[in-house]
Design a binder for this molecule. Structure first.
Ligand SMILES: [Fe+2]
Ligand SMILES: [Fe+2]
Length: 265
């Protein structure tokens, strides 16, 4: 997979990441020089397209130009939202303009907030990941929705694609950096520094992290596809799990305030 870094023109190409015949995963993200560059992924399953975290409105045209290289826009039937942040989700307004029948997949918490992007009265089809935690696609491929509360949003949900052993992790394993490579190579230590910038301030605590990690006791992950930063494969998947296990972040840096200190209340 590393050859992908030199094989494509990232300024315009849709990038084929995984090819399992009727079930393919593409990167159709953005190459803006903003530090919060969005990775947008497209699952093409038979004749159905599912967008994972559709990205910003400002980059909508760039995204559709990439998707058109893979499938007609009318084949896009579903859009998944890990959480409601504008870099993850705002362009769904534009997608619903093109096709009001697109189904929006999200947790109930995220769905409540997404509605604030819509002009008054706009309704859309909603798929609730809490009441329907697995989705079977046309080819038989299964997507499992794995809640990752407080990483960073309360209603955040990751996707585990069972047949390809791929984890779409949203902001988990995100980086803040102007440097960027789609597939991480042998530079995990440097990458860790970029992940620290994000995780220490956005991810709520190591307790939240471990409650997420426990979901992978019996699920093998071969590819991590985050919403910012690099796709991780092979040894770097192991490094990434190890990184999170020991991560100190968010509330872990807060000091304890005793009852005595608060005796004015
Ligand atoms: Fe976010
Ligand atoms: Fe994000």
């Amino acid at each position: 997979m590393r050859e992908i870094n030199s094989k494509y023109d990232f300024s315009k190409d849709a990038v084929l990441l995984i090819d399992k015949g009727q079930h393919k995963i593409y990167w159709v993200g953005t190459t803006t020089t903003k530090a919060f560059r969005s990775n947008i992924y497209l699952i093409k399953d038979r004749n159905e397209g599912i967008i994972i975290d559709c990205g910003s409105r400002a980059e909508f045209k760039e995204t559709i130009a990439r998707i058109k290289q893979v499938i007609p826009l009318s084949y896009i039937k579903k859009i998944f939202a890990n959480h409601q942040d504008p870099d993850v989700t705002a362009a769904m307004v534009d997608w619903l303009d093109i096709n009001p029948n697109i189904e929006i997949i999200a947790s109930p918490n995220t769905n409540t907030l997404i509605q604030h992007y819509m002009a008054n009265g706009i309704k859309y089809n909603y798929y609730n990941t809490e009441s329907n935690p697995t989705l079977t696609l046309d080819s038989g491929a299964i997507l499992e929705f794995i809640p990752s509360p407080f990483m960073h949003s309360p209603g955040a949900v990751a996707i585990y694609d069972v047949s390809t052993k791929t984890l779409f992790s949203g902001d988990i394993w995100a980086t803040i950096s102007l440097e960027w490579k789609l597939i991480l190579e042998d530079d995990f230590n440097e990458h860790q520094e970029y992940m620290d910038y994000f995780h220490k301030s956005y991810i709520s605590s190591n307790k939240a992290v471990r409650n997420f990690l426990i979901n992978f006791k019996d699920r093998e992950v071969q590819h991590i596809m985050p919403q910012h930063g690099s796709v991780m494969i092979g040894e770097n998947v192991k490094n990434a799990f190890h990184y999170l296990k020991h991560l100190k972040c968010g509330l872990d840096y807060f000091k304890e305030i005793s009852d005595e200190e608060l005796d004015f209340i």
